[in-house]
Design a protein around this ligand. Structure first.
Ligand SMILES: Cc1cc2nc3c(=O)[nH]c(=O)nc-3n(C[C@H](O)[C@H](O)[C@H](O)COP(=O)(O)O)c2cc1C
Length: 287
């Protein structure tokens, strides 16, 4: 897959035509998941459910901002065993599937949820695994009018049709720092040393979908290591934050693996880099 192009073209789509995706494409999603999907913790047990339009009614009230379900002909539900960093792993896996969907010219939208049990009950799944990630997908309505998020508050997310192309994103300058949080000096020189490759990986990270488009994270480069930092954010739930971390790591890694194939993220770490209060180290890797 051409991750760079696919990541640049991906966007959340919230209006779908009532047409089922053909069986061969559904099969290639399943095959990609079982044979090739990228994982942070390959040893964790996961299971992918590819659901049809029957799931739509079932998921109503169980998934989506303010329980507004994005109606779609299909949904991906990723189940995972409970373990430390299992949700980050699920975010990473599901975002790779989102990119695969884009590769198949299918549109998609991540969906939030709060209770695994409620979702399992709604879709009639009996499993010891937990629901860890949900994405709606299908063929997006071709229109210049898109459903735009107007986030008034956590409990008042208005989704209205407007002329709208992409949700605005933070630039690399606001997301990547050198040695200490907030310090941009030296970032360009460091990134420049790797020609365009490191820049492309960070650019891909800035384009990652995130809960309510909050992008509550950033990176610090120090001593040849890249560290993902979480920013405190009153809107993000713990589950959505962890999914966001997995998603942004997938974007960075999918591009960086083009020239650094052995990248391995180590989770946790002591607070350093003069992080402001409430900021935390999520994971780091060396180049
Ligand atoms: C964990 C997560 C949960 C999300 N939940 C929803 C949701 O329930 N409903 C929705 O319309 N969009 C949802 N989104 C999509 C985000 O709003 C979207 O990614 C963000 O606004 C950025 O827009 P983009 O994906 O077009 O770049 C979610 C995204 C993430 C990462």
């Amino acid at each position: 897959m051409n991750y760079s192009a696919l990541i640049q073209n991906r966007k959340s789509v919230r209006a779908f035509i009532e047409k089922a995706v053909c069986t061969s494409e559904l099969e290639s999603i399943k095959e990609y998941y079982s044979k090739s999907v990228k994982r942070l913790f390959p040893e964790y047990k996961t299971e992918l459910l590819v659901l049809g339009t029957e799931a739509r009614e079932a998921l109503e009230g169980a998934a989506g901002y303010s329980s507004y379900l994005v109606g779609a002909p299909h949904y991906l539900v990723l189940l995972s065993e409970k373990a430390e960093y299992a949700v980050e792993n699920a975010g990473y896996i599901m975002e790779d599937l989102v990119i695969k969907l884009a590769d198949l010219n299918l549109d998609s939208c991540w969906l939030t949820f709060t209770e695994s049990e409620k979702v399992k009950k709604a879709i009639g799944v009996e499993s010891e695994l937990e629901v860890a990630a949900i994405v709606a997908f299908g063929y997006g309505v071709k229109t210049t009018k898109r459903l735009r998020l107007n986030i008034q508050s956590m409990s008042n997310v208005d989704i209205t049709a407007q002329r709208h192309y992409v949700d605005p994103k933070l630039g690399i300058n606001d997301m990547v720092f050198m040695n200490s949080w907030g310090n941009s000096e030296g970032v360009e020189e460091y990134i420049g040393f790797f020609d365009d490759m490191l820049w492309e990986a960070f650019y891909a990270a800035t384009l990652a979908p995130s809960y309510l488009n909050r992008q509550a994270y950033g990176f610090v480069i120090s001593n040849g290591r890249i560290t993902l930092i979480s920013k405190p954010d009153e809107y993000n739930t713990e589950l959505d934050s962890k999914l966001n971390f997995g998603i942004v790591l997938l974007h960075f890694t999918a591009i960086a693996q083009g020239w650094a194939p052995t990248i391995k993220w180590e989770f946790g770490g002591e607070p350093s880099f003069q992080l402001p209060e409430g900021y935390k180290v999520v994971a780091s890797c060396s180049l």
